[in-house]
Design a protein around this ligand. Structure first.
Ligand code: NAP
Length: 267
């Protein structure tokens, strides 16, 4: 196997009790990285942490039950007992995505919530950790965004808008000379359709609305990607772990699609 050279580092992973965040936490832990895992629901989180600890007995795993989109939640994760404080080497920003809908129904509060969760929270996490990374000469930040940044989905307007704001910010911040010259990279990982709880809930909602069965909706959706399947959280996590590796130090400011070829453009 390829040694990613990050054993013993400390990672922060948002939204880590399920889905893509869990995939990232798992891949990092299996590389020997200590991980602070954040999610709101304590029960599922504690179970996830306990399961992962069995798979990766040599690393420190700390579950913090908190809402990462709030200042209080971020304060809690930065002061987790046994954790590294703000001295993370790796930060994977992630939280739930905003709900679908019709933009005509979204008021200022709906927009502020989406911008808070999917733009300002990653920016706050970057701000809190990036200068320490630069001072220590190693840092890897990966923001989980969405393929909808490149290929917008009408009903996901809150996501299209808020995540595009984050994408614009990251494009500049990653190229800040005091960050890029000190072995600190910031990249965005753009999932297409991955088999997670979120996807399942989306299909259940769609099935109720359209009267179609979940199975037929799933089959139709799978065919939208040339790979003819959904992605798995593990392969998402392993790609994330590579972006966090020593070897990936020259990759920065990029938006990396992981979508089974669904996006049809040459670039
Ligand atoms: P998921 O299976 O629903 O998992 C979401 C995880 O985030 C859970 O652990 C959840 O736990 C946690 N979480 C949600 N809100 C949080 C908050 N405010 N603070 C802390 N933790 C929070 O979702 P997923 O499919 O992995 O999606 C992750 C992200 O990728 C989302 O932003 C989603 O929009 C985006 N995305 C997913 C896909 C896909 O196909 N799955 C495609 C494109 C984009 P709690 O609920 O207990 O907090």
């Amino acid at each position: 196997s390829m040694d990613l050279g990050i054993k013993g580092k400390w990672a922060l992973v948002g939204g880590a009790s399920k889905g893509l965040g869990w995939g990232c936490a798992r891949a990092l832990a299996l590389e020997g990285v200590n991980v602070v895992m954040v999610a709101r629901g304590a029960e599922v989180l504690n179970q996830t942490v306990a399961n992962l600890q069995k798979e990766a007995p040599g690393v420190k795993l700390i579950g913090v039950a908190a809402d990462i989109t709030t200042e209080a939640g971020r304060a809690a994760l930065f002061s987790a007992p046994g954790g590294p404080g703000k001295d993370f080497d790796i930060v994977v920003t992630n939280a739930g995505g905003p709900p679908p809908g019709d933009f005509r129904n979204w008021d200022r509060d709906a927009w502020i919530k989406a911008v808070d969760a999917n733009m300002l929270t990653p920016i706050e996490l970057i701000k809190a950790t990036v200068d320490g990374m630069a001072a220590r000469g190693f840092g890897r930040i990966v923001n989980i965004t969405s393929s909808s940044v490149k290929s917008p989905i009408d009903i996901l307007g809150l996501s299209n808008g808020a995540r595009s704001g984050l994408t614009g910010f990251v494009a500049g911040a990653a190229r800040n000379s005091q960050i890029a010259s000190r072995n600190v990279t910031i990249n965005n990982l753009l999932p297409g359709a991955f088999e997670t709880d979120r996807l399942r809930v989306t299909f259940e909602g769609l099935a109720k609305k359209t009267g179609q069965s979940v199975e037929s909706l799933v089959e139709t959706r799978k065919k939208l990607a040339p790979a003819l399947r959904f992605g798995q959280p593990d392969e998402f996590g392993q790609t994330c772990a590579f972006l966090c590796s020593q070897q990936a130090g020259f990759i920065t400011g990029q938006n990396i699609l992981i979508d089974g070829g669904a996006y049809p453009g040459t670039f």
